[in-house]
Design a protein around this ligand. Structure first.
Ligand SMILES: Nc1ncnc2c1ncn2[C@@H]1O[C@H](COP(=O)(O)OP(=O)(O)OP(=O)(O)O)[C@@H](O)[C@H]1O
Ligand SMILES: O=P(O)(O)OC[C@H]1O[C@H](OP(=O)(O)OP(=O)(O)O)[C@H](O)[C@@H]1O
Length: 230
């Protein structure tokens, strides 16, 4: 059986179901509201696996699912050398969110990354410790800052309510995803730079390490035919 991993709840799950339905592939949760079981009709030999969006990259990389729907941000964050482990078969056009760096609005002379670099050096001289950036996107933020020559900072882990860390005094800046910008505005933060660190959206990914037997390849063929026809 070809195992297809999809987000188990919320908007991402609903939009994933709609996206496949538009392509003649019908995914459904079965059993009670709380039971994580599902069915697939419209293609042969496909088993639905309901998972947290954040776990789908790891399951793809381990080869425990053949295909998986999740945000491109989560694949980049959770998988080192992600291109060697998964392949994107399709952008899905939903789940849009930008990973951005933000600083307090009142830092009037900090608008760009090079301003941040200068502010970080000044911050260290003044406070005796490095400027703290709160995030759960450690890999992506480190890679991005390294590429842009910013070194005088430290990451502090924040798994939620990240925009609140500045007000709470546990960080000076944050890196998090934003979609409407409401949370940033409400917490008196402004985005640094012109372009986001990453513009994320949901993708259908294929595992490069799962066992692709004849049956799984045949099911994949049926799915890709449906995608091509849409
Ligand atoms: N406004 C938003 N808030 C949070 N995630 C968003 C938003 N817009 C799009 N996304 C995307 O949704 C995905 C995260 O989904 P979700 O929060 O369900 O995952 P999760 O981390 O597995 O959740 P949980 O741990 O609660 O099960 C990411 O790819 C993220 O970029
Ligand atoms: O730009 P906006 O539309 O305001 O959305 C951005 C917010 O949404 C996400 O949080 P979520 O509600 O998923 O909670 P968490 O990250 O704190 O778990 C994200 O971490 C931001 O806090």
């Amino acid at each position: 059986m070809l195992k297809l991993g999809v987000p188990s709840k919320g908007r991402l799950m609903e939009q994933t179901f709609d996206w496949f339905a538009d392509r003649g592939i019908h995914l459904a949760r079965t059993g009670s509201d709380r039971e994580y079981a599902g069915s697939v009709t419209g293609v042969d030999g496909v088993e639905l696996v309901l998972l947290s969006a954040g776990e789908i990259p790891r399951e793809l990389a381990a080869g425990r699912i053949h295909l998986g729907v999740t945000g491109s941000d989560l694949v980049r964050e959770k998988l080192a050398r992600w291109q060697d482990r998964v392949e994107s078969l399709s952008l899905m056009g939903f789940g849009h969110a930008d990973l951005i760096l933000a600083v307090p609005k009142f830092w009037l002379d900090v608008e760009t990354l090079s301003d941040l670099d200068a502010a970080a050096a000044a911050f260290r001289a003044e406070h005796g410790h490095r400027l703290r950036i709160a995030t759960k996107y450690h890999r992506m933020v480190r890679d991005y800052l390294r590429q842009h020559g910013v070194a005088d900072y430290q990451l502090v882990d924040s798994q939620g309510a990240t925009e609140g860390t500045v007000k709470n005094g546990t960080a000076e800046a944050i890196a998090d995803i934003t979609s409407t910008g409401e949370t940033l505005r409400a917490n008196h933060l402004k985005i640094l730079g012109e372009a986001p660190i990453h513009a994320s959206q949901a993708n259908l990914f294929r595992s490069l390490s799962a066992a692709w037997g004849t049956a799984e390849q045949a099911s994949l063929g049926q799915i890709t035919d449906r995608l091509a026809a849409a």
